[in-house]
Design a protein. Structure first.
Length: 570
């Protein structure tokens, strides 16, 4: 049995273990006095010692076991012995049971109060185990799912709506005490769970006999709950009220937005309603505003792509286009570029619908079609504002594209997006939109195409044996080298909701407009343009970049095949 927690001077322990110097301890103590942060966090953030090093040193001192939660398989029945609020408060989790004792992992094994409180709550003898906080928090997010709570709230709303007559204001949260209204509690819980599960979208879909709520996680939809169809109208009505949509209009699609504060973070919600056979379907895109802006060095671009993209955006004029389907990370890439270009001597204006990120130093304009504040109208005005760099959210029509390209030809650097299949088809798509050939030829500097591909969960990653069809698909890119790599897949665990994947990474291809390509555009032969473009790209396609991640063990052959088939079908 492990000893209970004891007071430990962490700095002295780490010096004794040879992990920290006296000078580093002194600097950390000064920082602690100044900021009030925990000493252990200062050690880690300053790079003096790793979380893993601190945890293992504490485990040795306490003669306790250290457990790496990346390989831990949670047991739901045991975990629920410690309610979620207390698990988060005391940063603890019930791991398993041995010899009649519960083994409980603590992120702070020196916290005697937490140890005593957990023992009191579970009403069992407990054995202290040391875990790492950065592994514990995401695991708590995964194991304490609120599916049952959401289903219970949906049933509560169904029962209240079944009362005849029911109070319209109380059900929809319009009366005093709105936070206690069933629909408000249900929606708040759905939003919180979606944020915890890293969902990018929430789909509310009425069916003939039920209402299905699904989350899109890492690009794939997962059913969250299924409820009685009668609550669909109340949910949709409440969402329309929140986003300022016309509650009397149920025959036409509507778009809106509203803001929430969830788990201490401001979240913008874009909402789209559409009439379907059994009611109005609603899709909500969640945009977390305090998410750390990416920089170009953290986008995991292949070195050659990063070098050429960086060179393109730093030019004085021209247009750089990022292409791909909705949800492929185009805006993230462009804002990483803006983050690098954003200096006091440059004026940057963005024209977007909606403004997805907020970045200090930029002049960001929200398009509003209802009052005729369109992309084209705003763009004409922005050129009189003397910008150095202009971001256009999307080249969605001929007028917008022509204005953007004129700006690129008259001394402005323009960044924008376009919905095309790949980099080669982008100039041809602009010509199809009616943009003059000379504009396409002279303004485009680079086209960067991208897709998001799911990444194997690091917690349950294991070797993967290729199936015959996977080997043949990989052989197209790898040839005889196909058996020279170790392939990986995720077996599924609590960290990845048993999907085997956690998070996504972009794959890229790019096309630079060389003199030869400019001539091909001017001659108006699409086939010749594509032939020259393929020669110039030398096989560095989205498919090849996907294979690169497969051979590095970052994704699976099946996932690479899925993404590549989407590219081929578009």
């Amino acid at each position: 049995m492990a000893r209970p927690p004891q007071r430990i001077r962490l700095g002295d322990l780490l010096i004794q273990e040879g992990l920290l110097s006296n000078e580093q301890l002194g600097l950390a103590l000064e920082e602690q006095k100044r900021s009030g942060r925990k000493l252990g966090r200062i050690f880690v953030d300053s790079g003096y010692v790793t979380e893993d090093g601190i945890a293992k040193a504490l485990a040795r001192q306490l003669r306790a076991e250290f457990v790496d939660l990346r390989s831990f398989q949670p047991k739901p029945d045991l975990i629920k012995l410690l309610p979620e609020p207390q698990a988060r408060r005391f940063r603890a989790i019930v791991l398993d049971e041995q010899a009649g004792q519960l083994r409980v992992g603590f992120a702070d094994p020196t916290d005697i109060t937490a140890y005593d409180e957990v023992a009191r709550i579970v009403r069992r003898d407990i054995e202290l185990v040391v875990v790492i906080e950065s592994q514990l928090v995401p695991l708590l997010d995964r194991v304490y799912r609120r599916t049952e709570e959401i289903s219970g709230l949906a049933k509560e709303l169904t029962q209240e709506m079944g009362d005849i007559p029911f109070e319209f204001g109380s059900v929809l949260g319009l009366a005093p005490g709105a936070e206690d209204a069933p629909v408000v509690k249900l929606l708040n819980t759905v939003f919180e769970e979606a944020l915890k599960m890293r969902a990018s979208d929430i789909h509310v879909e009425p069916q003939e006999k039920s209402l299905i709520i699904r989350f899109r996680i890492d690009g794939v939809l997962h059913v969250q709950t299924e409820a009685d169809a009668k609550i669909a109208s109340a949910l949709v009505l409440r969402l329309k009220l929140m986003s300022g949509l016309d509650i009397s209009e149920k025959r036409l699609p509507q778009d809106g937005r509203f803001a929430l504060q969830l788990r201490g973070a401001p979240v913008d919600v874009r909402i789209s309603s559409m009439p379907t056979q059994f009611g109005e379907s609603v899709v909500m895109r969640l945009l977390v505003q305090n998410a750390a802006l990416m920089d170009l060095n953290r986008l995991n671009m292949p070195p050659r792509v990063l070098e050429r993209f960086r060179a393109a955006i730093h030019r004085q004029s021209g247009i750089v286009l990022v292409t791909g389907p909705t949800g492929s990370g185009k805006t993230t890439t462009l804002y990483a570029a803006l983050n690098e270009l954003n200096t006091p001597e440059k004026k940057i204006i963005t024209v977007e619908d909606p403004v997805e990120y907020r970045l200090a130093g930029l002049n960001q304009v929200q398009v509003h079609e209802k009052i005729d504040l369109s992309f084209a109208r705003v763009l004409r005005s922005t050129l009189r504002q003397d910008p150095d760099i202009l971001l256009v959210g999307e080249m969605r029509d001929q007028d917008t594209a022509e204005i953007g390209m004129r700006a690129a030809m008259t001394g402005h650097m323009v960044l924008s997006t376009l919905h095309t299949n790949d980099s080669l088809s982008t100039p041809i798509r602009l010509l199809d939109m009616g943009v003059p050939r000379y504009m396409v030829a002279l303004s485009i500097q680079m086209v960067l195409a991208q897709r998001l591909i799911r990444v194997v969960c690091e917690y349950c990653s294991e070797p993967h044996t290729l199936a015959p069809h996977e080997r043949e698909w990989l052989r197209y890119e790898l040839g005889d080298r196909v058996d020279g790599f170790e392939y990986r897949h995720g077996r599924g665990c609590a960290h990845c909701a048993n999907t085997g994947f956690q998070g996504r990474q972009a794959i890229y291809e790019f096309l630079e407009m060389s003199n030869t390509l400019v001539e091909a555009v001017n001659h108006g032969d699409p086939n010749e343009f594509i032939r020259i473009g393929r020669e110039q790209m030398a096989g560095e396609t989205l498919r090849r970049d996907a294979v690169r991640l497969v051979t590095a063990g970052r994704t699976t052959p099946e996932e690479a095949m899925r993404i590549s088939s989407q590219v081929d079908e578009d």
